[in-house]
Design a protein around this ligand. Structure first.
Ligand code: NAD
Ligand code: UDP
Ligand code: UDP
Length: 320
């Protein structure tokens, strides 16, 4: 029997690749999305596949379907998008988690939460280990995302303690790759799109803040491995690539790989922007036998290729 798998946020950047991977493996995939930041285009090539189903639905509302596993990815992930309607962001994380946990409880499905390194806030422990409780501003402009995701983790662990649900919590660090939206607003897509169009590269602040960038395929592999672990493994487990770069270094690598004539400009640093971030992935290595295989230059080359096609198609449309 094929497994019936629900992916919420399945038309987004990570979700659409997860849909592809699970279909390749032989599973039945139900992709649920309200298209807030994701698009049908990301999963268009899967429509018509006999084991694929696409449903427009907002996870803030109850969902009654029969499934064996749930990957809960629904939530805008880029600061510009999650700050656009912050109340809706918190609702998506919290009501979405309650509804998906209720669904998991009724169907006895295993459920994985796409949590985030943002639960560590602006971390004072570096690199971040899972036992660090974080440094989050509860009332700032990032709080709708950070606290929403923290509350979702709380709900997962309470459903586990109270209702013995089979839960899996992954804390995902910055991930990039093909099928990111060109207007996603996160740093990799911004820099690559700017470089390809020879526009100024916008560094927020002085660019000394750090992030550790993981390639999409590595991350999705970790999600699948996590779901397949035995029931005693709940997480939270950090997943990401521990190679840390300053944002200035990232800008310079993007300029080099694209051969762009863009120049770097500085814009104001947004409030509460974390100064450093790097995962300790010892737990992922021991419990998932996982570590990233794609390093930044290789991953960026593939990402640049993807965005080059978008820029080419856009300029062809404009000349027609
Ligand atoms: P994304 O914005 O491309 O995907 C999110 C998807 O969720 C989109 O398709 C969006 O339309 C959908 N969505 C949003 N609100 C919804 C709602 N109320 N109901 C149904 N669908 C809804 O972002 P992504 O990078 O693919 O992120 C996927 C998940 O992974 C998110 O939960 C995000 O918080 C988490 N995550 C991602 C990263 C990263 O670097 N990519 C890092 C940490 C955590
Ligand atoms: N729920 C859902 N699908 C289901 C079962 C439940 O969307 O198949 C939602 C429903 O809205 C419910 C929530 O999940 O309020 C939490 O379910 P739970 O059983 O934990 O609590 P209830 O509110 O039903 O007591
Ligand atoms: N950033 C930047 N220029 C941009 C977009 C982002 O300098 O055009 C910076 C941002 O201030 C942050 C880092 O890059 O320090 C990563 O931002 P992103 O929005 O990708 O993710 P975050 O880790 O902050 O959620």
């Amino acid at each position: 029997m094929n497994k019936r798998i629900l992916i919420t946020g399945g038309a987004g950047f990570l979700g659409s690749h997860l849909c592809e991977r699970l279909l390749q493996r032989g599973d039945e995939v139900l992709c649920v999305d309200n298209y807030f930041t994701g698009t049908r285009r990301n999963v268009e090539h899967l429509i018509g596949h006999p084991r694929f189903e696409l449903m427009r639905h907002d996870v803030c509302f109850p969902l009654y379907v029969e499934v064996d596993e749930i990957y809960n990815l629904a939530c805008p992930a880029s600061p510009v998008h999650y700050q656009h309607d912050p109340v809706q962001t918190t609702k998506t994380s919290v009501h979405g988690a309650i509804n998906m946990l209720g669904l998991a409880k009724r169907t006895n499905a295993k459920i994985l939460q796409a949590s985030t390194s943002e639960v560590y806030g602006d971390p004072v422990v570096h690199p971040q280990t899972e036992d660090y409780w974080g440094n989050v501003n509860p009332i700032g402009i990032r709080s709708c995302y950070d606290e929403g995701k923290r509350c979702a983790e709380t709900l997962f662990f309470d459903y586990w303690r109270q209702h013995q649900l089979r839960i899996k919590v992954l804390r995902i660090f910055n991930t990039y790759g093909p099928s990111m939206h060109p207007n996603d607003g996160r740093v990799v897509s911004n820099f690559v799109m700017q470089a390809l169009q020879n526009q100024d590269i916008t560094i927020y602040g002085d660019g000394s803040q750090t992030r550790s960038f993981c390639y999409r395929d590595d991350l999705v592999e970790a999600m699948i491995r996590m779901m397949d672990t035995s029931d005693d493994i709940t997480g939270p487990i950090n997943v990401g690539n521990p190679n840390e770069f300053t944002i200035r270094e990232l800008a310079e690598i993007v300029i080099e790989l694209t051969g762009s004539s863009s120049k770097i400009i500085n814009k104001p640093l947004p409030q509460d922007d974390p100064t450093q971030r790097k995962p300790d992935i010892s737990k992922a290595t021991s419990e998932l036998s996982w570590s990233p295989t794609v390093q930044i230059r290789e991953g960026l080359v593939k990402t640049i290729e993807y965005f080059e096609n978008i820029v080419r198609n856009e300029s062809a449309e404009n000349t027609n």
